[in-house]
Ligand binder design. Structure first.
Ligand code: SAM
Length: 269
């Protein structure tokens, strides 16, 4: 796959948007306007507050120093971890995203180390090894085939040191699949400025609609990962232990209020 810089202004899902179930399509979903608008509205300070030091603690408990942020996006976690003293390398398959991450880093006084790479061929472009790989912000869901998911996890595994760990989060798709897209509540980011809601769902696709205050609308087509399916894939590629947290708490798996998202911590050792 060549490294390309797609910068179209409009998303294009073709004539039948729910038919778009292609891993490569993420490049065309993160168009310039969407990335810019998102970053302008999502308040990094609020995000800092809502996450607290959850990821920082997980990494520190494991003695991690070198972190590979494989879904850098606009750079939120890379910057956060650099400011906590970690040595971070920021990876993303989208040039649009990495450019924005670099710009955001500079504005905060950091020069991000960036590598444009698709996860499926990560080790072609990333040659060092890391104490931790983080794949956050519901990113793994962009992979539409099981082959791509296995290949990606194997590439993450290979870039970790012998006792390294992978931290990967995902939306709670079990709730959306089991109760239907329409029953799932809207998520509002940044007050009521941005809303995200599943518009269509089946076992192979969750199509989300993002609405902005100026009435502009964008979509992302994602694969609805069931919690236990993600865990089993991680174990099958070689991770020895997988601990899953629900909304930043250890997940007991018992019934109760449905969590919004899960965080898996997979240990290589
Ligand atoms: N982690 C960031 C955050 O939380 O704000 C960004 C999350 S965004 C939902 C998902 C990111 O994953 C995008 O920046 C996208 O370009 C990247 N991505 C999706 N599929 C990818 C792939 N196959 N290889 C590399 N990056 C990919």
């Amino acid at each position: 796959m060549s490294h390309q810089a797609f910068s179209p202004e409009k998303q294009d899902f073709g004539r039948d948007p729910v038919d778009v179930r292609d891993t490569d399509h993420y490049q065309k979903e993160y168009v310039h306007r969407f990335v810019d608008k998102w970053d302008e509205l999502i308040d990094w300070d609020a995000r800092y507050r809502s996450e607290g030091d959850f990821f920082v603690q997980l990494l520190k408990e494991r003695g991690a120093k070198r972190v590979l942020d494989v879904a850098a996006g606009t750079g939120f976690h890379s910057v956060r971890l650099i400011e906590e003293g970690f040595e971070v390398c920021s990876v993303d398959g989208s040039a649009e995203m990495l450019a924005k991450a670099f710009e955001n880093g500079r504005r905060r006084g950091h020069i991000l180390r960036t590598i444009q790479a698709d996860w499926r061929w990560l080790n072609r472009d990333v040659h060092a090894t890391y104490d931790a790989v983080i794949c956050l912000g519901n990113s793994f869901t962009h992979l539409h085939t099981e082959h791509d998911r296995r290949k990606t996890l194997a590439e993450f595994y290979a870039t970790l040191k012998h006792d390294g760990c992978l931290i990967l989060d995902q939306r709670n798709y079990d709730a959306i699949l089991d109760h239907g897209a329409s029953s799932s509540h809207k998520y509002y980011y940044c007050g009521r400025q941005v809303s995200a809601e599943p518009e269509y769902v089946d076992e192979g696709l969750a199509r989300f609609r993002y609405s902005f205050p100026d009435d502009s609308v964008f979509h992302l087509n994602m694969f609805p990962l069931r919690r236990d399916y993600t865990r089993s894939l991680m174990k099958e590629v070689g991770f020895q232990d997988v601990t899953t947290y629900a909304d930043f708490e250890e997940d007991s798996g018992t019934d109760g209020e449905e969590p919004d998202f899960f965080i898996h911590v997979a240990e290589k050792r």
